[in-house]
Write a new protein. Structure first.
Length: 210
């Protein structure tokens, strides 16, 4: 728990933990967060506002009242109302070192992945993100890697994973999107959140390291 008041809770979700109730994957974030509140002797009602993939760790905000949930959900739907930043490690030397990617993504529910498609085709939705290079290096087997800072402008299913792979730079460990280097989880971490408090409008920002 990074922050807690009567309206909201900001927590760091471990990779491998479902954001919402998921019978197939054991304990989920809502259950674990409610348990932590119960141990503090506080009310345990929690409402999800946004989500992270099961395999992605990082910052998540949970509302503690329905009013806060409505206000935060409205902020998520606004372009600059809810800022989400990520750290990622991609295979290869990402070029250019900083750019904005815009694609049309379709959620392939049968395969559980996002597919880049031509704009205007059935089911495709605009996906946009910006990235900048933080560092590059070679591993012991001379596989170049690039550490990236990524900011989402839209919130599509598997957006970062699909768009970087589509640009030719899959995330380390992300076999679903063409990675060659194995890892327990894809190298992606939600490390930054910024939004206005749902009750009084003051700006809040949170950061965490992967």
């Amino acid at each position: 728990i990074l922050y807690c008041d009567r309206d909201l809770l900001v927590v760091q979700k471990p990779a491998g933990i479902a954001a919402q109730q998921d019978p197939g994957h054991g304990g989920d974030l809502l259950t674990l967060a409610a348990q932590a509140l119960r141990e503090r002797g506080e009310e345990t009602a929690l409402y999800p506002v946004h989500r992270l993939d099961l395999v992605v760790g990082g910052l998540v905000v949970l509302a503690r009242t329905q009013t806060a949930a409505a206000a935060l959900s409205a902020a998520v739907s606004q372009k600059d109302g809810f800022v989400k930043g990520y750290y990622a490690v991609a295979e290869g030397i990402v070029t250019p070192p900083a750019a904005t990617l815009t694609d049309s993504l379709r959620h392939d529910t049968l395969r559980g992945r996002a597919v880049i498609c031509r704009p205007g085709t059935g089911g495709g939705k605009t996906a946009q993100l910006s990235y900048r290079t933080l560092a590059t290096e070679n591993t012991n087997n001379d596989q170049p890697l690039t550490a990236l800072s990524v900011r989402l402008m839209t919130g599509r299913f598997h957006q970062i994973r699909a768009q970087l792979s589509g640009a030719g730079f899959p995330l380390v460990g992300d076999r679903k999107y063409g990675a060659h280097i194995p890892a327990v989880f894809p190298a992606l971490f939600a490390g930054y959140l910024a939004f206005r408090h749902p009750a009084d409008g003051r700006p809040l920002a949170f950061s965490a390291a992967p």
